[in-house]
Design a protein. Structure first.
Length: 228
């Protein structure tokens, strides 16, 4: 078995190659989140959901978006499969961590990334089932996306659904906090001047993006309970 085989003829079969792929797919997913959040912020618009429904309708019918969605699914699959392979390999051959070279601590983070990663995957399955599959498979032709989101964040699972989102966003924040800077490190972008900046950027990103997403269910809950 190849442990750290920079000499392996197929780079992606090596641990370095896998870390590289993990980082690339991670950065791709990192670029998706702000775009998704920007669209979701339309939910705050006080127009009965008109803008959000128009946006969702465009997203679910545009050919360009369909192509991008395929890329997104591939990005998620690569990230998940590679994550499983790296975690298994790390367990079998400590102390090589996924964000560092051999001998570099972080086996704790490696575990922590796998756990938060699995929980985020559970969240994603629930999320896609509630929204995407509902509108494309279970109820094709139903274009009332805003109503679906509203009902889910007001009374979904009898009140727990919005808090499930808030907890998931907390876990997403943890995952991104380490993942963001580790992705740059694994790509070899380690620089005296830029690494501290990347760390700061990663911290800001991992706080603001999950906070933005979490604000949505909280907003629907507060409004539902007439708190504002
Ligand atoms: C309050 C938070 C969120 C809301 C209200 C929301 C809303 C939605 C809606 C309505 C869809 C269906 C779009 C369609 O089928 O055309 C969707 C799809 C999706 N969401 Fe979210 N989302 C949220 C958070 C997230 C987060 C945090 C992630 C990733 C970790 C995520 C990943 C996805 C993915 C991968 C899809 C399927 C791809 C797509 O249809 O574009 N979402 N989301």
């Amino acid at each position: 078995m190849v442990q750290n085989g920079s000499s392996h003829p197929f780079i992606l079969a090596t641990s370095i190659g896998r870390k590289f792929l993990m980082s690339l797919s991670g950065l791709f997913l990192i670029s998706f989140l702000p775009v998704h959040l920007a669209g979701n912020l339309l939910l705050f618009k006080d127009d009965g959901g008109a803008a959000f429904d128009a946006y969702s309708h465009f997203m679910s019918t545009s050919v360009i978006i369909r192509v991008l969605e395929i890329a997104l699914v591939v990005g998620f699959l690569v990230h998940i499969i590679d994550g499983i392979l790296l975690t298994r390999r790390n367990k079998a051959a400590r102390p090589i961590s996924y964000s560092g070279g051999s001998g570099r601590v972080l086996s704790f983070f490696s575990k922590y990334m796998a756990l938060t990663g699995i929980l985020i995957l559970v969240y994603l399955v629930v999320h896609i089932n509630s929204y995407t599959l509902k509108h494309r498979i279970y109820e094709p032709g139903n274009l009332a996306f805003y109503e679906t989101v509203k009902v889910s964040f007001e009374t979904g699972w009898s009140g727990f659904y919005p808090w499930f989102y808030v907890i998931a966003m907390l876990l997403l924040g943890f995952h991104l906090n380490h993942g963001f800077q580790s992705a740059f490190q694994s790509l070899g972008l380690n620089h005296k001047k830029y690494t501290p900046l990347i760390k700061k950027l990663g911290l800001a990103y991992s706080v603001l993006i999950p906070l933005g997403f979490a604000a949505i269910p909280i907003f629907f809950q507060l409004r539902y309970h007439n708190i504002f």
